[in-house]
Structures are given as structure tokens and as C-alpha cells.
Write a protein that binds this ligand. Structure first.
Ligand SMILES: Nc1ncnc2c1ncn2[C@@H]1O[C@H](COP(=O)(O)OP(=O)(O)O)[C@@H](O)[C@H]1O
Ligand SMILES: [Mg+2]
Length: 241
């Protein structure tokens, strides 16, 4: 699913963000990435989604070789990813429903499917009653759940989240991770950056620690292995209970 081989990232100003990183993440894993501010966590996430190109080394994500990926093929890679950012990146001029629907419209999903899928996902993140609200009318936690809904709506094989609970209170952070955990149990791979230790201790997942651009420790795979989705929970055929 993810493979980094000797990846180094040096920004144009000379800042060495990542040094000779080797990392492998299998399909169905749930891994946390932790580390101090400036350690290189966001750089790693941006490399994964091809927002940055490494200075050297090879990266494979979801069967795409990012070293040789043509610019026009980047959207194909992004379609296999659900991305959640710390600063939400919602579209201010669109209501909640439209923000989530937009993620489907850009991938040419049929109107019928959009009408089915968006309400289902909004229900999953418990925002059905906020569908007509504008982002500015929502709390930070609610905006974060819209961002999560948008990442989930395309049913991606892989979700990457850069501090998705960085701007919300602890109780809600647990709920968000609980939800990601549920989605992971249905087979989706999750990679989540966090600096909240209470999350990492509460959820016994793989923890990859980054320090000064290198992997300082890695617990390796933990928790329940990949399972199929027999109840059809994540595909929207059953309710999430
Ligand atoms: N666009 C950039 N240009 C130059 N240096 C950057 C840029 N983005 C990040 N850096 C530097 O790279 C290092 C890692 O940053 P980052 O990946 O954002 O860390 P983290 O997400 O762990 O806080 C830091 O030293 C940071 O200052
Ligand atoms: Mg960061």
C-alpha cells in the first residue's frame, strides 16, 4: 500500500525535512505518526499525496510509483486517497452538503449516487441536521467532521489525516479516532498524524515516531488484522452501530 525507499526531502531553502526514510505500510493497517513540531510529519504526508516530490528515493502508494508518475496522472492517485487536513480546507461559499458532494462531483459521480451517498456519510459523522449550514456556522469539531466526511465519501482505500484532531477538544478527538477505527475495521488503511499522546495510548495501534527527519521508532503492525466488510457497513448497506 505504502512503500518509502531511502526517501530524502530537502526543501529549496536547504531545510532537510526527511533523511533516508524507509517505511512500509500494508493494506488494512492503522498507524499513527507522532513526533515534535518540525520533525517532518507533514512533509511525509505531502510526499504521499504527491503534493511534494522527494529530493531522492522512491515512493509507491496504492500501486502508483510516485517517482515516475506523470503530472496528469496525479488526480488518479488522489482518487484512491481520502485526505484530511488540520485546517479543514472546506469551501466557505458552500454548505455542508455541497462541500461533501463536491468531492464526488469532481470524480464524475452520477447525481443519483451523490443523492444517496452524501446523506449516508453525513449520518456517519452525525451531521445530518447540519447539511444546510455554511462552514462558518459550525464549531471546529463540526467542521472537522465535514472534512472527514469529504475524505470518506469516495470510499477511498486509504485515508491520510494530518493532525485531524489538532483543533478540537479531547472528547471529540476520541470520537473522530473511534470513527476512523470503525472504518479501518472495514478494511480501509489509515495513516494519522497526531501529537496527542492520550490518543496514541488509548488506541493500541502501530506508532511511527519521527524525530529530526528520521524514523526514531516504529512499533510495527498492531491490533486486529484486515477483515472484509461482511455486513456492508462501510459501503452504506447497513447502519453503523
Ligand atoms: N515549504 C517549506 N519550505 C521550507 N522548509 C519547510 C517547508 N515546509 C516545512 N519545512 C521545514 O521542514 C521541516 C519539517 O516540517 P514539517 O514536515 O512541516 O514538520 P511537522 O509536520 O512534523 O511539524 C521543518 O524544519 C520545517 O521548517
Ligand atoms: Mg505538521
Amino acid at each position: 500500500m505504502v512503500n518509502f525507499e531511502h526517501v530524502t526531502m530537502i526543501y529549496d531553502n536547504g531545510a532537510v525535512a526527511l533523511k533516508d526514510i524507509n517505511l512500509h505500510i500494508d493494506k488494512g493497517e492503522f498507524a499513527f505518526i507522532v513526533g515534535a513540531s518540525g520533525a517532518g510529519k507533514s512533509t511525509l504526508m505531502k510526499l504521499l499525496m504527491c503534493e511534494l516530490t522527494p529530493t531522492s528515493g522512491n515512493i509507491q502508494v496504492n500501486g502508483f510509483d510516485l517517482t515516475t508518475l506523470k503530472r496528469r496522472k496525479i488526480p488518479d492517485l488522489r482518487r484512491t486517497l481520502g485526505v484530511v487536513f488540520q485546517d479543514f480546507r472546506l469551501i466557505d461559499s458552500m454548505n455542508v452538503y455541497e462541500n461533501v458532494a463536491f468531492a464526488l462531483r469532481v470524480t464524475d459521480t452520477s447525481s443519483k449516487m451523490i443523492r444517496r451517498r452524501v446523506p449516508y456519510i453525513l449520518g456517519l459523522v452525525e451531521l445530518s441536521d447540519k447539511a444546510k449550514c455554511m462552514p462558518r456556522e459550525l464549531s471546529g469539531g463540526e467542521q472537522q467532521r465535514v472534512a472527514l466526511a469529504r475524505a470518506l465519501v469516495n470510499n477511498p482505500a486509504f485515508i491520510i489525516a494530518d493532525e485531524p484532531t489538532g483543533n478540537i477538544d479531547p472528547a471529540l478527538s476520541y470520537e473522530i479516532v473511534e470513527l476512523l477505527n470503525e472504518i479501518n475495521r472495514c478494511g480501509t488503511t489509515i495513516l494519522m498524524v497526531t501529537h496527542q499522546h492520550e490518543l496514541v495510548t488509548r488506541f493500541p495501534k502501530r506508532v511511527i515516531t519521527i524525530e529530526n527527519g528520521t524514523i526514531a521508532s516504529d512499533t510495527g503492525r498492531r491490533g486486529t488484522p484486515f477483515q472484509a466488510d461482511p455486513a456492508g457497513i462501510y459501503r452504506g448497506e447497513a447502519s453503523l452501530v
